[in-house]
Unconditional design. Structure first.
Length: 245
């Protein structure tokens, strides 16, 4: 059953804890259908395998999407060394397998320093970046691989809370447009073992953190109970908070 909410109530931002295996586009559509709203959009997609903070702008708040996207992103996840994939993550096809030596943690920590600061990053071949109007991932599926010009990103911090080879747990704070799976792939190449992104969770996206996020099941319960106001951030609050970051 859909709940029609007055337009004045749905002008704002809700934060969904995106589930694994679902595209960001599908999550937005699920929210749009549940609220019977015409305008809804996310502020930076997550790959299907990723989970976590997905702010969704509703109604007039869609005009603030660009402002919200400018904030820093924080990700937590796991890199698995020894296995390379064509998509640079666990959803891709394995392209190479290498033995993983007993690397000294200091070697890995030093390698990570190469991926901090202001960097030029090539978009991965399987990405939504377009070439002549076609997303790269559609071309890659046809065996057509296009190299796009590198983009400037910045990694503010790259922490390694745990190293249990072949896995490396990490926490990264970075700018928008940063491909974490590219970092995982390039780190593996640099270490000589290959590697891919095995798990990823976004815990912060600009103004919004994981503590504000609700999963789709909880979102449905809240809407059904008529308590949408408890999880929506109004436009004026978003604007005020945006001025502080």
């Amino acid at each position: 059953m859909r709940l029609v909410v007055p337009m004045s109530v749905i002008d704002g931002v809700v934060v969904i804890d995106k589930p694994a295996g679902m595209t960001s586009f599908r999550v937005v559509n699920a929210v749009r259908r549940r609220l019977s709203v015409k305008k809804a959009g996310h502020t930076g997609s997550l790959d299907p395998m990723a989970t976590g903070v997905l702010p969704i702008c509703l109604g007039r708040a869609t005009k603030l999407a660009g402002l919200i996207m400018e904030g820093r992103k924080v990700y937590e996840g796991r890199i698995r060394l020894g296995i390379s994939t064509d998509t640079y993550d666990a959803d891709g096809k394995v392209t190479a397998i290498h033995p993983v030596p007993d690397l000294d943690p200091e070697v890995i920590i030093k390698a990570v320093q190469r991926f901090t600061g202001r960097l030029l990053q090539m978009p991965p071949p399987f990405s939504a970046v377009k070439h002549n109007g076609q997303p790269l991932y559609k071309l890659a599926r046809k065996g057509i691989f296009v190299e796009k010009a590198p983009r400037t990103i910045e990694v503010f911090s790259f922490e390694l809370p745990e190293i249990t080879l072949p896995d490396i747990n990490f926490r990264i704070c970075c700018t928008k447009g940063t491909y974490i799976r590219s970092i995982a792939h390039e780190l593996g190449e640099y270490l000589g073992t290959g590697g891919h992104l095995a798990a990823l969770r976004r815990v912060q996206s600009g103004l919004f953190g994981i503590e504000q996020a609700v999963d789709l099941g909880r979102f449905d319960e809240i809407v059904s109970a008529g308590r949408l106001s408890e999880i929506i951030t109004p436009i004026d609050v978003v604007c005020v908070k945006a001025e502080t970051i």
